[in-house]
Design a protein around this ligand. Structure first.
Ligand code: ADP
Ligand code: MG
Length: 482
């Protein structure tokens, strides 16, 4: 079997896997949301009553609507308005990046859905499932007794066939303008399938569609079930990211050209080692810059295990740092700030309704964290792909947060493994080019548990590798340092 045949076969297997779980997504997301809620509402000695908690959550939800609902739209950003915008909104970043002069992967809007349309497309949770969940019955009972019509009360809302049909029409027509060398993604994140393929090193330079049968085919961000393609909105990550937005959010999908990375790294995939599809993968060279309070404090290769930490990596890490700093300086100059509600409004999050964050083992770290990532400051991550023109802006995201990775950015090379064994959040300062030389990167457990010490370089060390053209491994360079 050639490497190419292997890639195709594995991609098919992984695509089939993500396809087969789709039907269960709505159910499992509902279950997860209710489980989280049930944890929050669990009675604690001396804690507030259930009613007080529900009211607290409702208050917080309204506060979120007020704050996030007034974020600048991509159009506002283009027109030069000052203020905060959703740090995950790709289209909001575009005018800023363009203005900074840093090369970027373009994105054009192909469909624009309202919250109602997005909801109609995301799937229906059957009443029978909800009724089986104790927590759901409990909340319904309390809500009814309180005569409560808040955001948690169960909207049985008229199911509108017309709304659904119109939304389907939109996401189908949108694909007519998308060519074969373009990919499609939601404005706040990519689809699960794309993430799985790219993360597993299986996307390849321009992922061709995977055909399962005459009627069923998937491509990056879209699906064909019958004879027309439609945007894949029925995706776990997209549904999750869409659900975390205020009511007035425009759910935009964009098409982007596939950009060829200037370096492909072939390596063994530590994450697939004990799966039905083990083996090698090829990763595009990508990077993440971590920004705390307007300053790039850290740079990490994105698919770290595939990097060797040589001169090319060192030069690129420095170029990424410069590009990221340029973008942030531009945003500051334009007074357009990437906002992340969880960090910016941590006070209301922590205070409201005995929020679970209070019981988090890292709660005491919060003060220290907020010193570095001050609410209202320029805090985010910026991702780049390596091209012949140098680092090209790919997308942006929230800063890392001390409460796990559910809401904040992944620290990648600063923690090495995709799977994390601990909630502790690493200090994302310095340069993480590659894993330590003696680390067995085929062993995901070893990778996940490896502490950050020893493979994070200082500016001086990175400059030395970049200048000397030395092929020294970063950790060897470290011992050689005078
Ligand atoms: N236009 C593109 N050109 C080349 N690779 C892409 C492109 N868009 C996405 N990718 C690949 O897919 C991965 C995930 O896509 P991304 O847009 O970063 O969304 P997310 O990280 O939210 O899933 C990227 O890290 C990259 O490897
Ligand atoms: Mg990404």
């Amino acid at each position: 079997m050639t490497f190419y045949e292997y890639l195709i076969a594995t991609r098919k297997a992984l695509s089939a896997l993500t396809l087969s779980v789709k039907d269960r997504i709505v159910y499992s997301e509902t279950r997860k949301a209710l489980a989280r809620l049930s944890w929050m509402l669990k009675p604690r000695a001396g804690g507030p009553s259930l009613r007080e908690k529900l009211e607290g959550i409702e208050e917080l939800a309204l506060h979120y609507e007020a704050v996030a609902g007034s974020y600048l739209s991509p159009e506002d950003i283009s027109e030069g308005h000052h203020g905060d915008f959703d740090c995950m909104n790709l289209l909001a970043w575009m005018p800023i990046v363009e203005n900074s002069g840093v090369p970027f992967v373009p994105a054009r809007a192909i469909a624009d859905l309202s919250a109602a349309e997005m909801g109609a497309l995301s799937g229906e949770v059957p009443q029978s499932l909800l009724q089986r969940l104790r927590i759901f019955r409990m909340i319904s009972d309390v809500a009814e007794k309180m005569g409560w019509r808040g955001s948690l009360s169960i909207a049985t809302g008229e199911h509108s066939d017309r709304l659904y049909e119109r939304a389907i029409q939109k996401i189908t027509d949108a694909m007519d303008t998308v060519s074969d060398n373009e990919m499609v993604r939601y404005v706040r994140c990519g689809a699960t399938g794309l993430k799985v393929l790219a993360g597993a090193g299986l996307a390849g330079p321009a992922p061709a569609p995977v055909t399962f049968s005459q009627d069923l085919e998937t491509g990056p961000g879209w699906i064909r079930n019958g004879n027309r393609r439609r945007i894949d909105v029925h995706d776990q990550r997209i549904i999750q990211c869409a659900a975390m937005t205020p009511e007035n959010y425009r759910h935009v999908f964009v098409a982007r050209p596939w950009v060829k990375t200037s370096r492909w790294m072939v390596a063994s995939d530590p994450h697939r080692r004990n799966t039905p599809v083990p083996g090698p993968g090829a990763w595009p060279a990508e990077w993440r810059a971590f920004i705390k309070d307007g300053i790039v404090t850290g740079v990490s290769s994105y698919y770290s295990w595939a990097h060797d930490g040589g001169q090319e990596d060192a030069c690129m890490a420095l170029a990424v740092e410069r590009a990221a700093q340029k973008i942030i300086d531009t945003a500051k100059l334009r007074q357009q700030r990437p906002a992340f509600f969880d960090v910016d409004d941590w006070k209301s999050l922590a205070a409201g309704a005995d929020m679970p964050v209070r019981h988090h083992p890292n709660f005491n770290d919060l003060e220290a964290y907020l010193g570095e990532v001050p609410p209202g400051g320029y805090n985010c991550t910026l991702d780049f792909i390596e091209t012949d023109q140098g680092p090209m802006f790919l997308e942006a995201g929230p800063p890392i947060v001390p409460f796990g990775f559910l809401s904040g950015a992944h620290p990648i090379g600063f923690s090495l493994g995709i799977r994390m064994e601990t909630f502790a959040y690493p200090d994302v300062s310095g340069y993480a080019l590659s894993p330590p030389a003696d680390l067995d990167t085929t062993d995901i457990n070893a990778v996940s548990k490896t502490p950050r010490e020893g493979h994070i370089l200082t500016a001086r060390e990175v400059n030395k590798i970049a200048e000397a053209g030395s092929s020294l491994r970063p950790d060897t360079a470290k011992t050689n340092q005078e």
